[in-house]
Ligand binder design. Structure first.
Ligand code: PMP
Length: 373
C-alpha cells in the first residue's frame, strides 16, 4: 500500500527536516573513480579462505556472535603493532561496521545534545552528518587556501568554541592533505587547555601516506583516538569493518553506546580471514601509491592545480568557468569517467584506480580540457 506520504509529513526530528542523505552517486559507467575504493578485487586464495571461515561461523549462526569481538580485536591490535610503530594491546582496540559506525559511537559517547564537535573543512562530510544524527552541534574549523591547517587559526577556533570533540582527518578527504605530528600535538594540547576534549584522528587513508601513522602519540594521551578502516588499504569496502585505537577507558565508554552483537559473526569471520592475508593486500598499496603519484604528475603537466596527496585519491582543479567544477564533472561523466564533486569550489576529486582506469581518466581530462579551451 502506498500512501504518497512525503518525508516532510512525518514527525521527524527538527534538525533532520529538509536535509538530504549522504550519497555518492552509484552509477554504472566504465570507469568509477568516485568513492576512494581499492580497485583490486580480493585475491582468489583469500576469497577461498573467507568462504572457509564463514562456513565455520555459519555452523554457529543459531548463537549470537562474540559481543566483544575478542579474536578480531586481538588481530587488529597485532596489525597496528606491526605497522604503526607503537605497541597496541587488544584492550585499546574497538571495532564496528565501518569506521563510520566507530565515529558514530564516539559521538554517541562524547557528543550529543548540548555538546559540540569541530572539524577543519573541507573534510570528510560524514563527520558533520554523524554530528547531526547524534544531535551534536557542528563547528566548521578553518583551513588555509592550500588546505593545510593553520595552527594559530585552529587554536583560536578551539578556544572560541570550546568543542567537546575535535576531528583531525589525516590524510584529509577530499584534499589528500596529511596533517603533521606537530600540528596534531598542538591541537590536542590547545583543546586540553580549554577542557577535557576528545581528539579523533581519522586515519582512514594512512596506509597510502608518505609519512607515518600518529598511533605513537596515543602514549600518555587518554583523550586521543586514532580511527582506521579496512575499506581502503585492505580493499574491503564491502566488508564494513572499521576500528580504533585509544586508551582502554575509551573502549569502555563505547561499550555503553554500542548495540549488543553489533558485529555479526559473518563479518568478524570475514575480517579475520582478510587479516590473515594482510601482506598480500598491502602489496596493492605500493602499486596504488605509484599510480597516485603518476596521476598527480600528469595532471600537473596538463597545467592543472593539484593538491599534494597522501591518500589514494587526488584533488584537482581549478575549474572556475561557467558551471564551475560541476560542469567538468558532467563532461568527464559524458566520457565514461565518474569522479567526485565534493562541493569544494573549482575542484574535483579522483580516486586512484588500476593503471588502465587512471589512463582512461587522464585521457578524458585531456579531451575535456581541449573542449574547454
Ligand atoms: N573516514 C574518512 C576520512 C573517509 O573518507 C571514509 C570513507 N570514505 C570513512 C572514514 C568511512 O569509511 P568506512 O565506514 O568504510 O570505514
Amino acid at each position: 500500500m502506498s500512501t504518497a506520504l512525503t518525508l516532510d509529513q512525518l514527525p521527524v526530528r527538527e534538525e533532520l527536516r529538509g536535509k538530504s542523505p549522504y550519497g555518492a552517486p552509484q552509477l554504472d559507467v566504465p570507469v568509477r573513480l568516485n568513492t576512494n575504493e581499492n580497485p583490486y578485487p580480493l585475491p582468489e586464495p583469500l576469497v577461498a579462505r573467507i568462504a572457509e571461515r564463514v562456513a565455520e561461523a555459519a555452523r554457529e549462526l543459531n548463537r549470537y556472535p562474540d559481543r566483544d569481538a575478542v579474536e578480531l580485536r586481538t588481530e587488529l591490535a597485532r596489525y597496528l603493532t606491526r605497522t604503526g610503530g607503537h605497541p597496541v594491546a587488544f584492550e585499546q582496540v574497538w571495532a564496528a561496521n565501518g569506521s563510520n559506525e566507530v565515529l558514530q559511537q564516539l559521538l554517541q559517547a562524547f557528543g550529543g545534545p548540548g555538546r559540540t564537535a569541530l572539524g577543519f573543512e573541507p573534510s570528510y562530510s560524514m563527520h558533520s552528518l554523524i554530528a547531526r544524527g547524534t544531535n551534536t552541534g557542528w563547528i566548521s574549523g578553518p583551513r588555509r587556501e592550500d588546505f593545510t591547517i593553520d595552527v594559530e587559526a585552529a587554536r583560536r577556533a578551539i578556544a572560541d568554541h570550546r568543542p567537546d570533540v575535535v576531528f583531525i582527518t589525516s590524510p584529509n578527504n577530499p584534499t589528500g592533505t596529511a596533517v603533521g605530528r606537530e600540528t596534531v600535538l598542538a591541537l590536542h594540547d590547545a583543546a586540553q587547555a580549554v577542557k577535557p576534549t576528545m581528539v579523533v584522528v581519522d586515519e582512514a587513508y594512512v596506509e597510502f601516506s608518505h609519512g607515518a601513522s600518529l598511533l605513537p602519540l596515543l602514549e600518555g594521551r587518554p583523550h586521543l583516538v586514532v580511527s582506521r578502516t579496512m575499506s581502503k588499504a585492505f580493499g574491503a569496502a564491502g566488508l564494513r569493518l572499521g576500528y580504533l585505537a585509544a586508551d582502554p577507558a575509551v573502549v569502555d565508554a563505547l561499550q555503553l553506546v554500542r548495540l549488543p552483537y553489533h558485529l555479526s559473526a559473518v563479518n568478524q569471520a570475514t575480517a579475520l580471514a582478510a587479516l590473515e592475508h594482510t601482506d598480500t593486500l598491502l602489496g596493492y598499496v605500493d602499486r596504488l601509491k605509484a599510480e597516485r603519484d603518476r596521476v598527480v604528475t600528469e595532471l600537473r603537466a596538463l597545467g592543472l592545480d593539484v593538491t599534494d596527496s597522501d591518500a589514494n585519491f587526488v584533488q584537482f582543479g581549478r575549474f572556475d568557468g561557467p558551471g564551475g567544477q560541476h560542469a567538468v564533472w558532467q563532461a568527464l561523466l559524458d566520457h565514461g569517467v565518474l569522479v567526485r564533486d565534493n562541493g569544494v569550489p573549482g575542484r574535483l576529486r579522483v580516486s586512484t584506480g588500476t593503471p588502465e582506469e587512471n589512463t582512461a581518466f587522464l585521457e578524458a581530462v585531456r579531451e575535456v580540457l581541449a573542449d574547454l579551451r
